[in-house]
Design a protein around this ligand. Structure first.
Ligand code: HAM
Length: 412
């Protein structure tokens, strides 16, 4: 028997109400902030991600689904949405539009080869929101406000927002020297991953999940203490905006994010149950990315939200989510003329907006009525020879268990 691939899940009908809920809330909120929906392909040239996400990141080193297509080109199932959106921004000349260009991807499938566990999948879906073309900290605040409002609108409670500034190419190199100087003396006490990070991606030392490395992180020099003047001003402005908006935040010097393209602002929203795989939403500013992809210098900021994790938390917190499948009307039909009549009647009632199902033909009246109960019908319309002749239906209210004959023209 075949099974769904490990780390990829089927979304069955009973789950669809959650998906519709998170998608509708996302679309409505993004549009009220002036963001417009965009869809990009689920695969791109592999080089797009290597160049943007960064060669020394877990995503590029270990997690990409990269394959050669039949023409020998190296393609990757997208692990994230920011690089594709920037590629589209450049390819379609969006720099001529009023800046910033506000775009979002919704329920966008992403692929990362990782060890699956609760909240971590190999195929997952993101709401990815990007504002491209404006360096001002007010846009960082807008993006954070949008992410925070999304979580609030969904009805999630007890969330926390962590923010940090990791500087820019003017001040980060000097900070990394200070960070490495600090870590040098502790190298032998660190986990193997951290010893590798020390050389390849020292900022990620601050993000280690291993207990043994935590004490060293706690007393490590903080990037926000080593910002250049421009970054410091941007950071202070952002915090001022967040305070003015009344968005509660915690400045976290440990927050560095797992992708290489970030400059200045980084942020994450976490649910109350802290855990390695718990971050619901993460993002930040990426002022160098578009230039790195061959475009002109173009500042940008955005976030992505993991929709499976949102749904996991909606369930954990027992947030009520509207049902989307209305109780159907089932037509019970006995004999060929009744089936003909039932089909026409069903078509008309569907046009009127009702959900109408024909009970399985060739079964006894009893069996068809059992079927109507089994699918939780609100009403059963019973059509036999008499009803066909009189152009009517015997309407059974399944809850009240009462029945009366109604002329076809009065049915709606
Ligand atoms: P990211 O932190 O890699 O950022 O992913 C964003 C969110 O996607 C995570 O917080 C999490 O909710 C969800 N996620 C990531 N990996 C998985 C997985 N294996 N299974 C389930 N959910 C997952 C980005 O992707 C950036 N592109 C965000 C961004 C947009 N930055 C600027 N603009």
């Amino acid at each position: 028997m075949f099974k769904a691939p490990r780390g990829a899940v089927d979304v069955l009908p009973d789950e669809q109400n959650y998906w519709r809920y998170v998608e509708e809330k996302a679309a409505s909120l993004c549009e009220r902030f002036g963001y417009r929906r965009t869809d990009t392909p689920i695969f791109e040239e592999a080089g797009l991600f290597v160049r943007s996400v960064g060669e020394a990141t877990d995503v590029v080193e270990k997690e990409m689904y990269t394959f050669e297509d039949r023409s020998g080109e190296s393609m990757t199932l997208r692990p994230e949405g920011t690089a594709p959106v920037c590629r589209a921004y450049l390819e379609h000349g969006m720099h001529v539009l009023p800046q910033p260009v506000r775009l979002y991807l919704s329920r966008a499938p992403m692929f990362r080869y990782d060890r699956p566990q609760a909240g971590r999948y190999r195929q997952f879906h993101q709401l990815s929101v990007e504002a491209i073309g404006d360096p001002d900290a007010s846009v960082d605040a807008e993006i954070i406000q949008l992410g925070w409002s999304y979580a609030q609108d969904l009805g999630l409670r007890g969330l926390s927002l962590a923010v940090n500034s990791i500087g820019d190419p003017a001040c980060r190199p000097a900070y990394l020297v200070i960070l490495k100087d600090y870590y040098r003396a502790h190298l032998s006490h660190l986990c193997q991953d951290c010893r590798n990070r020390y050389e390849r991606n020292p900022l990620r030392l601050l993000d280690c999940k291993q207990e043994r490395c935590h004490p060293y992180i706690a007393s490590a020099p903080r990037s926000s203490d080593h910002l250049c003047n421009a970054c410091k001003e941007h950071w202070n402005q952002l915090l001022g905006y967040l305070e003015a908006l009344g968005i509660p935040y915690g400045a976290s010097h440990r927050l560095v994010r797992g992708l290489d393209y970030y400059t200045r602002t980084v942020f994450e929203i976490l649910p109350p149950e802290e855990g390695g795989q718990s971050t619901i939403l993460g993002g930040g500013r990426y002022d160098g990315l578009i230039q790195q992809l061959g475009g002109p210098p173009t500042p940008a900021v955005g976030f992505a939200c993991g929709l499976e994790r949102v749904i996991l938390n909606l369930k954990r917190q027992e947030v009520p989510v509207p049902e989307i499948s209305p109780r159907p009307v089932v037509i019970v039909h006995m004999g060929l003329p009744a089936t003909h009549y039932a089909m026409g009647l069903a078509a008309r009632l569907r046009k009127d907006g009702l959900t109408v199902i024909l009970a399985p033909a060739q079964r006894s009246l009893r069996a068809q009525m059992r079927y109507a109960s089994a699918v939780s019908a609100r009403y059963a319309l019973v059509i036999g020879e008499n009803e066909v002749e009189r152009r009517s239906a015997s309407v059974r209210d399944m809850d009240a268990a009462s029945q009366s004959e109604v002329p076809e023209t009065d049915l709606a």
